[in-house]
Structure formats: structure tokens, C-alpha cells
Design a protein. Sequence first.
Length: 365
Amino acid sequence: MRETGCTEEDLLSFLADTQAKDTPYDRILSSMCTRPHPLAVRVHTMFMDTNLGDPGLFQGTASLEQRLVKVLGMLLHCREAGGYATSGGTESNIQALRIARKLRKVTNPNIIIPASAHFSFEKACDMLCLEARDIPLDDHYRADIDRVERLIDQQTICMVGIAGSTEYGVVDPLEEMAAIADSHGIFFHVDAAFGGLVLPFIDGAPPFDFAIEGVSSISVDPHKMGMSTIPVGCFLVRDPAALGLLNIPTPYLTVKQGYTLSGTRSGGAVAGALAVLEYFGREGMKALVSGCMRNTRRLIDGMETFGYPVVVQPQVNVATFRCPAAPAGWHVSWTRHGHMRIVCMPHVHRDTIEAFLKDIGDICA
Ligand SMILES: *Cc1c(COP(=O)(O)O)cnc(C)c1O
């Protein structure tokens, strides 16, 4: 640390220069994050100094968090769902597995999880000493339902299904998976970190949420398609009492116990997330999602004209292609199977897609 402080002016200029090294969102086609809605930014600033880790002191902000849980619970077909605002899908997934582990106490616990699962489960299994048993994928990069049952044994504590997979944007056969989990009395967690704020706004989308009877808990991230500021995810459980399994005493706080994984948590992004959802309403979210899906279709059509076929028809706004390289200046990502992956987030406008396709065309020429 420097002995004497730096001037504010020098510091801000240093920070601005450094920030200029970041990639502008206009060129980012690889991320599930996006520019937050201006309202989210405004509300985040307003609630910047609140700490949801000590809800007794910030009862107003804490009630906004519970309202966010209510809004999302109702959207995902469980009015009575319990939950709280996490730092994102990773924390939500960890919490789901913690609950499952406490519900079924066995000596060598394992979980059954699609091979396409997000890497957050690897962290969770490492922390919780769980064995992960991969469900192989079918031709559509979804969990192969015929290969689920044989993975289950007496030590299985949880099954996971994905609603909008991170890499291929597909939805696992969740109804069938839930039925299998239910028949064995196994906790069934749906990772809808991405799809949870996309699928409810697409006509004819497959069921994925608490409308499916066997679904025990869901991860859904407002900081992805909810256009909130980072960080805010939401962990929802059908039975609110399940959260109590995670309670530990919190001696010096205003409330005497807590079930969250993180301690101090800003209410900024949480209030912002609620504000955006209330501001948009179902209609606004539908318009947002329709736009992203239209752009996804346009991208797929465009890529196919250049001879780069889509790998699988996505069910959310994530498209993958058999295409060897991206034009210079664009940030796409690559799946573990070597496919080009593009996420058509709200900042990826129609013009962006057209500009990208033009550059792809120039490579082909
Ligand atoms: C993004 C994502 C996660 C992880 O969420 P973070 O907010 O990055 O912690 C988990 N699961 C799925 C399916 C995701 O798309």
C-alpha cells in the first residue's frame, strides 16, 4: 500500500484507462451476462449500502428480497416457495446439494447429473464430498433418459436436471427425470440459472419448473436474462422448511440464525432485480425474450447460409455451430465439444448479428 494517498483525479483517470482494457459488450457474444437495465443500475445505487446479511437492521430491503422470491416463485408455479437471493447460480446449486445431503444421510453420497451440467456442480461436489455420476447425453445434448435409472443406488441423494443448458441451450427431459427421482424418493433440483427467466416467456416451451410435481428446488439468475446488475441469483425451494435444514446460529446479528451461504450481502442488486421484473411485467419480459429468440433464429439462418450448421436446435437464446473460427474482434466461446457458441443476450442487437454475419461471410469469401 502507498504511504501517502493518491489524488482522486489521478486515481479516476487510472481507473478509466484500466477499464478501457475491458471488452465492450457490443463485441461480446459469449456471455450470459449483459448490460444491466438502467433502472437496475439506479436502484442498485439506491440500495448500495444495505446488508441483507443482517436483515433485522434492513427490514425494508429484506422485504424486497422476500418479494423477489414471491415474484419468482409465482412465475415458476409455486406461490408458497421459499428461497433467498444468492450471488448466482453457483451458490444456488451448492445450497440445493447441501439440502439434499441433509435430507438423506448416507456414508458415500452421490448425485446423478447430466454430463452437460455447469461446472459449479464440480465445485459443489468437491466442497460437499459428493460423487458425481454423469448421465450421458442423447443426440440433442440432453440427459439421455434411458440411462438415468441404472445410475441410482441407495447412496444417491440428489438428481439434477437442466432447463436451458449453459453450452447448448437445451432443456433436459425434466418430467421423466422428476418421475424417476420421485419414485426413488430422491431430491430433484432443476438448474434454471439461465432458462428460468427465458422459458416462462416462450409460447410452447416445455415445462421445467414447480409445475412438475417432483421438482424440489430451482436455481434462477436475475443477473442473466433478468437484466439486473451483478450479483444476484435466486434459490427457490418448494418446501420452505427445507431451508431450515441449513440454519446455523448467528450470534452477534439481529436475527439469531441464518441459512444463506454468503454472510454480508448487498441489497443493491437484489432490489434492482425486483425493480426490473416489476417494471417489465410479463409483457415486457415476453417482448425482451422474443427479441432475443428472433435474433437467435436469424443468427442460425445466417450461419446456415454460409454452410455452418447449428449443432442442435436450442430451446433458449444460446446457439452452437459447427464452425472452425470466429472473425477477428468478436468474442465467441467454444463448448467442450469444440463447437462455436453464441449467446444472444439483450445487448446483442439485430445489427450486431448482421455485422457478425457479414464478417463471417468475409472469411468464407
Ligand atoms: C450461469 C449458470 C450457472 C452459474 O451461475 P453463476 O451466476 O455464474 O454462478 C449455473 N448453471 C447454469 C445452467 C448456468 O447457465
